[in-house]
Design a protein around this ligand. Structure first.
Ligand SMILES: [Zn+2]
Length: 268
């Protein structure tokens, strides 16, 4: 396991996993910078927002275009999840390009996407939850999942590995990158989390009577349980809540915030 990620600055700020880069995998974790949105959404926002804070569709499409173009794609190539903290995963193909952008969203919630097709750019959104990217370097299968505490409790990342296997993958050929998310420095949780995650004692720490939780520790343990090799996993060390100049954070900002996105595609 490594924590080797690169922060790029050109043409916009974005983050890549050095492990994925070493295999030439087209992927990125966006920061909050480099887009066209304003106000609480400034500037690379990928979601509409809620309550009185709503960003325009035009801005969101333009921001997808900006991020997709870094990888040689356009907004119309992006397939977006319809996130609801589920463990539902859609296996998609080229006909799903534009889902949630130029085409209607999926008819039901799907917090993960998997494809074997080139040309479709998978995208998950987050602002503290963990964006998990997966890639089978032998069968050239790409996956992206959104794993907040509920998705992590349901082991959506492990379910993605099982789906990869149903498509012919051997887990030892799958590499995984866990992107920027809230870390145990900031993620205070209630005591009930001990009941939610009974098999993950090492994901907890207590300081001054408060309980802190590591989502990435649980996801890593679940991926290992599903046969992913530890040297094939990369965890971004940056905390979305701490790094206010780089990231939106739900814990830090509540609903007055934008939402980031991560992207991955199958190699040409
Ligand atoms: Zn933090």
């Amino acid at each position: 396991m490594t924590g080797d990620f690169a922060l790029h600055s050109n043409p916009i700020p974005y983050i890549t996993s050095s492990l994925f880069d070493s295999y030439g995998i087209k992927h990125l974790f966006a920061t909050k910078a480099g887009g066209v949105s304003a106000g609480v959404f400034e500037s690379l926002n990928f979601a509409a927002g809620r309550d009185e804070n709503i960003d325009s569709i035009e801005n969101i499409v333009k921001n997808h275009d900006i991020a997709a173009s870094v990888l040689g794609f356009a907004a119309g190539d992006v397939c977006r999840t319809r996130q609801g903290h589920t463990d539902n995963i859609e296996i998609v193909n080229n006909t799903h390009k534009g889902t949630g952008i130029e085409k209607p969203p999926f008819p039901k919630d799907a917090d993960g996407l998997i494809t074997k097709d080139t040309g479709v750019l998978l995208s998950v959104r987050s602002a503290d939850c963990v964006p998990v990217l997966l890639y089978d370097i032998k069968t050239h299968t790409a996956g992206a999942v959104h794993s907040g505490w509920l998705g992590t409790k349901k082991d959506i990342a492990g379910k993605a590995v099982e789906l990869f296997q149903s498509l012919g993958s051997d887990p030892k050929d799958i590499i995984a990158a866990l992107g920027p998310c809230i870390k145990e420095c900031c993620y205070e949780v209630g005591r009930e989390f001990y009941d939610y995650f009974p098999d993950h004692a090492d994901a907890f720490s207590e300081r001054e009577g408060k309980i802190y939780f590591s989502l990435t520790a649980v996801i890593l343990e679940n991926l290992v349980k599903h046969g992913i090799l530890s040297q094939n996993m990369d965890i971004c060390p940056l905390c979305t809540c701490c790094e206010s100049s780089l990231f939106f954070s739900h814990r830090r900002q509540g609903n007055k915030r934008g939402t980031m996105a991560a992207f991955i595609a199958v190699k040409d």
